[in-house]
Design a protein around this ligand. Structure first.
Ligand SMILES: NC(=O)c1ccc[n+]([C@@H]2O[C@H](COP(=O)([O-])OP(=O)(O)OC[C@H]3O[C@@H](n4cnc5c(N)ncnc54)[C@H](O)[C@@H]3O)[C@@H](O)[C@H]2O)c1
Ligand SMILES: [Zn+2]
Ligand SMILES: [Zn+2]
Length: 359
C-alpha cells in the first residue's frame, strides 16, 4: 500500500512509497482504512528529532477512517465503524487513568502502541507517534480508535484527533479559562487557531493572537481573536489590551524557548501560562528563583489538551455540530498523499493552518 515514510531522523524529504507492508491485525488491535489526515507540526518535529521516534517510520498521527478488520478479543468496534485515531490512547486501568489523567497514560502507547506494524523494504517499520496515518491503512491498538457517528465527515474528524483536541482542551481542560478573562495565544497554526476557538467558547473577553505571519493574524480574527499583533509588538499588546497589567492567560503554541518565556512574561501576577508547543529537550528556558514565587504565575504544561479522548472527542463533535467550533475553515489546503513534502514546506513558511491529506 501507499504510505509516507522516513527511513531515518533528519532526512530532508519524506518518501511516498507504493509497496509498504502492514502487519496482521493482532489481538486487541484494529485495522483502519485512513480516509483523511491532517498535517500537524508534530509530524515535522518527528522528522527532525524534536519528538523522539523509532525509524523507519510511517508518519502521521492526526487521522480518521473506517475500521476494516478487528483482531481477536475486540468487542467494542466492528468493521464498518468510523473512528478517530488517538496518538496517546488511555488503557483505562493504570494509576494515571484512574487518577483523572488518561492523557498521560503510557500503558498502551509505550508497549503495544510502539511496536512496528508496517514493513518498508522487508524491514519492520514504526507508526509515527504510534499511529502512521500517512498511509492507506494502519493497524492500531483498539484503545487508539475512538468510534464516532457515521455522519461526521472524515476531514473534520481527523483534525479532532490532534490539533483541535490539543488547542481547545488546553483552554477548557488544562487552564479552565473563566468567562470574562483576557487571553493571549502565541502561534496561529492549527493548534493556536483551535486554542483561539477554545478561548471564544470559554467566554474570554479579549483574545489576542500573536504570529509573525500577517495572513495568520488576519485569519485568527475570523476564528475569534479580538486583536492580533506581531511577536515584536507584544508589549504594545499588553499595554493596549490589559492596560499594562498582563493577560489572565497565555497559551504558547509554537514550541520555542523565546515564546515560552514570552508567554510567562505576558501574564499578570497570579495569571496562568500554558505551554502547548513541543520544543526540543536540549533547549532551555530560564526563570529566576525570585519571580517564580513572587509573581505567583501558574506555569502549566498541556499534553493532548488534558483530554479524556473517550468523552472529549465526542464533546468536540457536539460543539462542531452546534456551530460553536468551525473546523472546516481550519483546513486551508487539501492535497493527496504525494503532497506531504509540500505540506511541510507550506507549514515551515507559515502559509497554512492545516493541510488535509485525503486518501
Ligand atoms: N502539547 C501537545 O500535546 C501538542 C499536540 C499537538 C501539537 N503540539 C505542538 O504545538 C505546536 C504548534 O503546532 P501547529 O500544528 O499549530 O504548528 P504550525 O506550524 O501550524 O503553527 C505554528 C505557528 O507559530 C507561528 N510562529 C512562529 N514563530 C513564532 C513566534 N516567535 N511567535 C508567535 N508565533 C510564531 C508560525 O507562524 C505558525 O503560524 C508545535 O510545537 C506542535 O508540535 C503539541
Ligand atoms: Zn492508563
Ligand atoms: Zn499533532
Amino acid at each position: 500500500m501507499r504510505a509516507a515514510v522516513i527511513r531515518k531522523i533528519g532526512e530532508e524529504k519524506v518518501e511516498i512509497l507504493d509497496n509498504v507492508g502492514i502487519a496482521d491485525t493482532g489481538p486487541g488491535q484494529v485495522r483502519i482504512r485512513i480516509k483523511a489526515t491532517g498535517v500537524c507540526h508534530s509530524d515535522l518535529s518527528v522528522t527532525n528529532g524534536t519528538i523522539p521516534q523509532a525509524t523507519p517510520c510511517v508518519l502521521g498521527h492526526e487521522g480518521a477512517g473506517e475500521i476494516v478488520e478487528v483482531g481477536e478479543g475486540v468487542t467494542d468496534l466492528q468493521a464498518g465503524d468510523h473512528a478517530i485515531v488517538c496518538w496517546n490512547p488511555p488503557c483505562g486501568k493504570c494509576v494515571a487513568c484512574l487518577n483523572g489523567h488518561p492523557n498521560v497514560c503510557t500503558a498502551v502507547s509505550m508497549t503495544q502502541g510502539y511496536m512496528p506494524r508496517f514493513e518498508v523494504d522487508g524491514m519492520p517499520a514504526f507508526g509515527g507517534m504510534g499511529c502512521g496515518t500517512f498511509a492507506e491503512e494502519a493497524v492500531i491498538p483498539v484503545q487508539a480508535a475512538v468510534k464516532i457517528p457515521q455522519d461526521v465527515p472524515f476531514d473534520v474528524a481527523s483534525l479532532i484527533g490532534c490539533g483541535v483536541m490539543t488547542g481547545v482542551g488546553a483552554v477548557i481542560n488544562t487552564a479552565k479559562v473563566k468567562a470574562g478573562s483576557s487571553v493571549v495565544v502565541f502561534g496561529c497554526g492549527g493548534v493556536g487557531i483551535a486554542t483561539i476557538q477554545g478561548a471564544r467558547l470559554a467566554g474570554a473577553a479579549e483574545i489576542v493572537a500573536i504570529d509573525p505571519v500577517e495572513s495568520k493574524r488576519e485569519l485568527a480574527q475570523k476564528f475569534g481573536a479580538t486583536h492580533a499583533f506581531a511577536p515584536d509588538e507584544i508589549f504594545e499588546a499588553i499595554g493596549a489590551v490589559t492596560g499594562g497589567v498582563g493577560f489572565d492567560y497565555a497559551f504558547e503554541a509554537v514550541g520555542l524557548p523565546s515564546t515560552i518565556r514570552g508567554a510567562y512574561d505576558a501574564v499578570c501576577r497570579g495569571g496562568t501560562a500554558v505551554i502547548v508547543g513541543a520544543g526540543k529537550s536540549d533547549q532551555k528556558v530560564e526563570f529566576n528563583a525570585f519571580e517564580l514565587f513572587f509573581m505567583e504565575k501558574k506555569l502549566m504544561g498541556s499534553f493532548y489538551g488534558s483530554a479524556d479522548v473517550r468523552v472529549d472527542f465526542a464533546k468536540m463533535i457536539r460543539l462542531w455540530r452546534a456551530g460553536r467550533l468551525d473546523l472546516e475553515s481550519m483546513i486551508t489546503q487539501r492535497l493527496g498523499l504525494d503532497g506531504i513534502n509540500q505540506a511541510f514546506d507550506d507549514m515551515k513558511a507559515g502559509r497554512v493552518v492545516r493541510t488535509l491529506i485525503e486518501l
